[in-house]
Design a protein around this ligand. Structure first.
Ligand code: MRU
Length: 362
């Protein structure tokens, strides 16, 4: 089943999500028929991963409009469900702009219907573009994968986070299909184990030779010369090239630099945020202590233990060997290179921030 499915009337309108909190043991569906239910699903990581949060955000606006909810309030709630992945507020913003464009131009009554239709159209365009971007990133990223590569990846960046095959994992899949992948090392990715639960599940389904490791073992693995390339995704790329991604990514970048291993970030242009000047300006989500103090619902620390649980960290641009987007490979990673990239596409803060409304009008 796909990670996200839009359901048209009469069965809908609804958004059906593959519940990622229950994988790999159970493939269960969470059905959202209101913005509130979608906000809950996003905050509990039933649906997750930057590109898919963008898609979910846009469909969330369409859902609210079709369910005659207060669309402005719903959009604010959905965009605020998680702060770090820029795609979420970007996707909501694109669909909301289309809704407003139609609803306010036509006026009350028929305007709302037209607005709902416009938001849905834009959501579908964002999903289609995300699938195309995924394929393009796989093509461009493959050029950075050496023969018989031993690749280390962190968190989960495959079809569970995308309308296509993902970002970093799409490159890994392409390398596997090209016979260029000798070994995939999968960080477990504490505390919610996106690597152990989701990436290992996707690697297994794709028939990729892989091994799971505790996050803390990456250092000795690199020291042993067992890693040729690190591939990760991103949740927000600031204008200076700083990359926010799952906590643990920064540590990997430092290790990769120390051991001379290329550290490559794979992300669609929609994850580039030119309005955020640098890493310090990125809001990092902090999540509940229980996620650290328990595992699979079982306490692993004494009751009342305090926890420091940032969901993401920020890697400075000088530690990033390259950024792969659907438009190509950015190397070196500089503010200038990102600005050029942003100008030509729908990156947040780019001149064409209402990228999809322009296209919807066509
Ligand atoms: O908290 P999560 O699971 O949503 O974090 C996801 C990540 O950090 C991914 O690496 C990132 O969103 C890129 S997904 C292509």
């Amino acid at each position: 089943m796909k990670a996200l499915r839009w359901v048209d009337p009469p069965a809908g309108p609804a958004i059906e999500l593959l519940d990622q909190t229950r994988l790999p043991a159970t493939e269960a569906v969470v059905r959202c028929t209101s913005a509130e239910q979608l906000v809950d699903a996003i905050s509990r990581l039933v649906v997750r991963g930057a590109p898919l949060l963008g898609v979910a955000g846009a469909f969330g606006v369409a859902l609210a409009a079709m369910r005659a909810e207060d669309v402005e309030a719903a959009a604010t709630a959905i965009a605020g469900a998680r702060p770090t992945a820029v795609n979420l507020s970007w996707g909501v913003g694109q669909a909301l702009a289309a809704y407003r464009e139609a609803a306010y131009r036509i006026g009350p009554g028929p305007g709302e219907n037209a607005g709902a239709g416009a938001a849905l159209h834009v959501a579908r365009m964002i999903a289609a573009d995300d699938a195309a971007a995924s394929a393009a990133m796989a093509r461009h990223g493959l050029s950075l994968v050496p023969a018989a590569a031993r690749v280390l990846t962190h968190c989960n960046t495959g079809q569970l986070v995308s309308a296509g095959e993902g970002t970093a994992f799409a490159v890994i899949l392409a390398a596997h299909r090209a016979g260029r992948l000798a070994q995939l090392w999968v960080d477990e990715t504490r505390p919610l184990l996106q690597g152990a639960r989701l990436t290992a599940w996707e690697a297994h389904r794709a028939g990729i030779a892989h091994a799971l490791l505790p996050d803390g073992a990456a250092a000795s693995l690199m020291a042993a010369g067992e890693v040729d390339l690190v591939l990760t995704g991103a949740d927000r790329i600031a204008a200076d090239g700083s990359v926010a991604n799952k906590v643990g990514t920064y540590g990997l970048a430092v290790l990769a630099r120390h051991h001379n291993v290329p550290f490559v970030v794979v992300a669609p242009v929609s994850t580039v945020d030119l309005e955020t000047p640098d890493g310090a300006a990125i809001t990092v989500e902090h999540r509940p202590a229980e996620e650290v103090a328990s595992m699979a619902g079982q306490p692993v620390a004494p009751p009342g233990t305090q926890a420091y649980n940032p969901a993401f960290d920020v890697t400075p641009p000088d530690l990033v060997s390259a950024i792969v987007t659907e438009q190509g490979v950015i190397q070196p990673v500089t503010a200038g290179n990102l600005r050029d990239l942003g100008v030509a596409s729908g990156a947040v803060g780019a001149p064409q921030a209402t990228f999809y409304v322009e296209r919807w009008r066509l």
